[in-house]
Ligand binder design. Structure first.
Ligand code: MSP
Length: 510
């Protein structure tokens, strides 16, 4: 297990020209699970999310509606994007907006540094630009003259721009990938990034002309910084003003880890480290690239019109159930298909039966057989079972294996269910002579559920404390609580209300 003591994690910053769908919620949920877990381990954590607002589309749409672009984005951010994290039960430490004045000033300082270090020159750009991607696109990538992902005809652009000498970073980047095999995870993504670098890097235009929306190039304010450069810098700029009056760069930058989707691999794994090196900053500690959630085998996205609205799902199943489903349904890092049916099924079978019923049965037996007391006895589970749980969850999350972590917890939950079935407490209760054995069984269940709740707390932040509460246990989520025999005596336990009450199957499930 890697001993991490400072953990700074970022999500991509989301484009404001769309509304949040489950694909965006996915990255935020996974990031929150990881950060909460590190908090439980007592690490010094920082969790950043936010919005990417200088896309040229934004300005065009605002103009069409006769609105000032900033007024337009203010509304969208407050209505749609800032609420996303709390909606999915995530607790970021800071929400950055690229229209923040502090961020804009920092971007200017950053590109100034690039220029001072000799990495910028003036040139003419002529070529195609895909507004959907907010990147230049080559003829060879087009299908029937259109961007294959967005189905739109790219714009031809010819303008005088400022260029970044990406080509001169090829050797430095190859060295980085050689020296740090876990710089990009999973490994197949690292290979993908390395091949892009090996194939040769072209300088790119870091500015755009004739656009009033964006961060002006300091020495040539008629041009604005290309939106991707502006956006990537957020990970660093946020640390300079997230805490008023404090600069958190020294504390967190050396420990930064980025969580991204596979569509933005090149920008994060090739361009971003080069920009950082160029400006004199250290490169990130790690970049984890996750796959897509697919619906009907197609990426969930607004452009494709197969959006699943996280609001709808959470309204029905609750944030914890959606987090559980996102973490467990698709092996984190791979692409995987999801459906509303699979959410419903996991909700009933795993959350409702495996976990919810285990708590209901345990508390009902405490109420019935022990007048609501938790007896203190010896656990009948081996310490090894707890040690395995602790190490497997922490070990998985150390390598961003969000799915491996929840799978390990679920095996433990299922082993508790098997333990109830095998030890038949309802039979033991029939004969007073079995009282010490029944005490042990009840204690084993309380203690096992308690440890499971602590292990689950990063995945199910609402449910875990209510499990501890229902069992009369202190709500202490410290990671070392995932151990044998930590349950304490308690009184006044009532049969708990269902953790995951029945809900109607989704209409589309028919
Ligand atoms: N604004 C850029 C990121 C700039 S970061 C310096 C951007 N924004 S985005 O809103 O389009 O996408 C944000 C994240 O959501 C990306 O990591 C993307 O992969 C993720 N997802 C969007 N749809 C997704 C799925 N259907 N499945 C999983 N994640 C996907 O790109």
């Amino acid at each position: 297990m890697i001993a991490v003591s400072t953990f700074y994690l970022t999500t991509p910053i989301y484009y404001v020209n769309s509304t949040p769908h489950i694909g965006h919620a996915y990255t935020t949920i996974a990031a929150d699970i990881l950060v909460r877990h590190h908090r439980q381990r007592g690490d010094d954590t920082f969790f950043l999310t936010g919005t990417d607002e200088h896309a040229s589309k934004v300005f065009r749409v605002a103009e069409e509606r006769g609105l000032d672009a900033k007024v337009f984005v203010d509304r969208i951010v407050e209505e749609n994007w800032r609420p996303l994290a709390p909606l999915v039960g995530a607790e970021p430490d800071f929400f950055i907006r690229t229209t923040d004045d502090e961020h804009k000033a920092f971007v200017q300082d950053f590109v100034e540094r690039l220029r001072a270090n000799g990495h910028i020159y003036e040139g003419t750009y002529s070529g195609l630009y895909c507004v959907g991607h907010e990147t230049f696109i080559s003829e060879g990538e087009l299908v029937d003259g259109k961007c294959p992902e967005h189905g739109t005809v790219p714009e031809f652009i010819e303008e005088q721009n400022w260029f970044f000498r990406l080509s001169s970073f090829q050797d430095a980047l190859l060295r980085l990938y050689d020296e740090r095999p876990d710089f990009v995870l999973p490994r197949f993504r690292s290979n993908e990034a390395r091949s892009l670098i090996e194939a040769g890097l072209e300088d790119f235009s870091l500015s755009r002309q004739g656009q009033p929306w964006g961060v002006p190039i300091p020495w040539n304010p008629e041009q604005v910084t290309w939106v991707w450069v502006d956006a990537l810098i957020n990970y660093l700029s946020a640390l300079t003003y997230a805490e008023p009056g404090e600069d958190l760069r020294e504390e967190y930058w050396p420990h930064v880890r980025h969580l991204i989707g596979k569509d933005i691999l090149r920008l994060h794994c090739v361009l971003w480290p080069a920009l950082l090196l160029g400006a004199g900053y250290s490169v990130p500690t790690q970049i984890f690239v996750h796959g897509y959630l697919l619906l009907d085998d197609r990426k969930i996205s607004k452009t494709l019109g197969n959006v699943i609205d996280p609001l709808d799902l959470i309204g029905v199943y609750g944030a914890d159930a959606v987090r559980f489903w996102a973490a467990r349904s698709v092996s984190f890092g791979q692409d995987g298909s999801v459906s509303l049916e699979s959410l419903h099924e996991r909700y009933e079978r795993e959350l409702g039966n495996d976990l919810g019923n285990l708590l209901s049965r345990t508390t009902a037996m405490l109420a019935k057989y022990r007048d609501g007391r938790v007896p203190v006895a010896d656990s009948e589970l081996a310490e090894q079972a707890f040690a395995d749980l602790r190490d497997r969850v922490a070990g998985s999350l150390d390598v961003f294996d969000v799915t491996g972590g929840i799978d390990a917890i679920w095996e433990f939950v299922r082993s508790l269910n098997k333990y109830v079935t095998d030890s038949k407490p309802w039979e033991l209760a029939k004969d007073e002579a079995n009282a010490p054995k029944l005490d042990r069984v009840l204690f084993t269940l309380v203690d096992g559920l308690r440890a499971a709740a602590v292990a689950l707390a990063s995945y199910l932040p609402e449910t875990a404390p209510s499990i501890l509460d229902a069992l009369g246990q202190p709500v202490d989520l410290a990671w070392d609580g995932v151990a044998r025999g930590r349950a304490v005596a308690a009184e006044g336990i009532d049969a708990a209300a269902p953790l995951f009450p029945r809900v109607e199957a989704p209409a589309t499930a028919a």
